[in-house]
Design a protein around this ligand. Structure first.
Ligand code: SAM
Ligand code: SF4
Length: 326
């Protein structure tokens, strides 16, 4: 079966699969008023997820990240991991979580087959963490990080969104933390969404500022592997941890795009920011729809644009990243 490829020669072996829009945090850059249900939400069930994973795996997907909203709020989260694990064409299962349920479940998820985990920790100052996330859960999340390190995950990554006037003084604390802790820290530039124009203007901080500080402190740029995503990675001989910068506004950011997204209600998104999403759900109902589903995927890939249009302030229809998993 031919692999998913677009008209610009990019191949897509990585699927970010959202399993819920629901979240229990109120991150000021994402869901400042908390999750607001849109009618009675009906997210993909286990059968639909199995059919989705099966179709993508037949056209080259090897890595799946389970995301949300907060994916671990699904009661069947461990079953979802198992379903992905049962597909032998998928060799990497990852998730992105706010860490809220991690301390209790890290080992269970690892045992079910999860191998990589990204935990969002926007500040190492508990008060600032509370201010950014709307939840006074810093200690719980940090216990979760410890549990993940103990459970044996291949990679424990920490995501921190760079926020001018909020966590921009935190770099020394983060560096201190990863000196003796084998964590991959990833600073993500704030992306503008439909909800957040004023917020964006007030808090966007260019990743380049951090890059300069790192280079001055002796951090070395790591040459990217062929199938690395868009992060620019840095390492330092005196530190166990590494640092990645995700700068969606940087030149050529889209050239290395290797990922597709499916929303919790089964819509394919070719890019975080450019379109409405194309419904796949009607073709996720039975195993005998796989050929038609795959045909739809190929048809859609032919329409993927070369780049996003964030520079022009065009954020597409994405109101917030909780709806398609960031
Ligand atoms: N709830 C989980 C979490 O926070 O890790 C998973 C979903 S969340 C949408 C995925 C990632 O997107 C998080 O690391 C979050 O910080 C990031 N994110 C959300 N909104 C963003 C924005 N406007 N700009 C940059 N990153 C954002
Ligand atoms: Fe929830 Fe994640 Fe959005 Fe924060 S970033 S509100 S934890 S979905």
């Amino acid at each position: 079966m031919s692999q998913l490829q677009d008209n610009f020669g990019r191949r897509f072996h990585y699927l970010r699969m959202s399993v819920t829009d629901v979240c229990n945090f109120k991150c000021t850059y994402c869901l400042p008023d908390g999750y607001r249900p849109d009618g009675k939400p009906k997210f993909l069930d286990l059968n639909e997820i199995e059919h989705l994973v099966s179709a993508f795996s037949q056209v080259g997907t090897q890595k799946i990240r389970i995301t949300g909203g907060e994916p671990s709020l699904r009661k069947d989260f461990t079953d979802i991991i198992r379903i992905v694990k049962d597909n032998d064409k998928i060799n990497t299962i990852a998730t992105t979580t706010n860490g809220y349920r991690l301390a209790k479940h890290a080992q269970e998820w690892y045992d079910a087959g999860l191998r990589r985990i990204n935990i969002s920790v926007d500040s190492l100052d508990p008060k600032m963490f509370y201010q950014i996330t709307g939840e006074n859960k810093f200690d719980d999340v940090m216990r979760g990080v410890d549990a993940a390190l103990e459970a044996g995950f291949e990679r424990v990554k920490i995501n921190a969104v760079l926020l001018k006037g909020l966590n921009d003084k935190d770099l020394p604390r983060f560096l201190h933390w990863i000196k003796n802790t084998p964590i991959d820290l990833r600073f993500i530039e704030l992306m503008e969404t439909g909800l957040g124009h004023d917020y964006f203007k007030a808090h966007h901080l260019a990743g380049n500022d951090i890059k300069l500080q790192l280079e001055q402190a002796g951090w070395q740029f790591d040459t990217p592997a062929v199938d690395d995503g868009p992060a620019q990675n840095f390492s330092h001989q005196d530190y166990q941890g590494r640092i990645g910068l995700i700068m969606p506004y940087a030149k050529n950011f889209c050239a290395s795009c290797n990922r597709l997204r499916v929303s919790a209600k089964g819509k394919l998104h070719l890019c975080l920011f450019t379109e409405n999403g194309v419904d796949l759900r009607d073709l996720l109902q039975t195993p005998d729809q796989q050929a038609e589903l795959i045909e739809r995927l190929h048809g859609q890939l032919a329409q993927k644009k070369e780049t996003h249009f964030l520079h022009d302030g065009i954020t597409g229809v994405t109101q917030h990243l909780a709806s398609i998993g960031g």
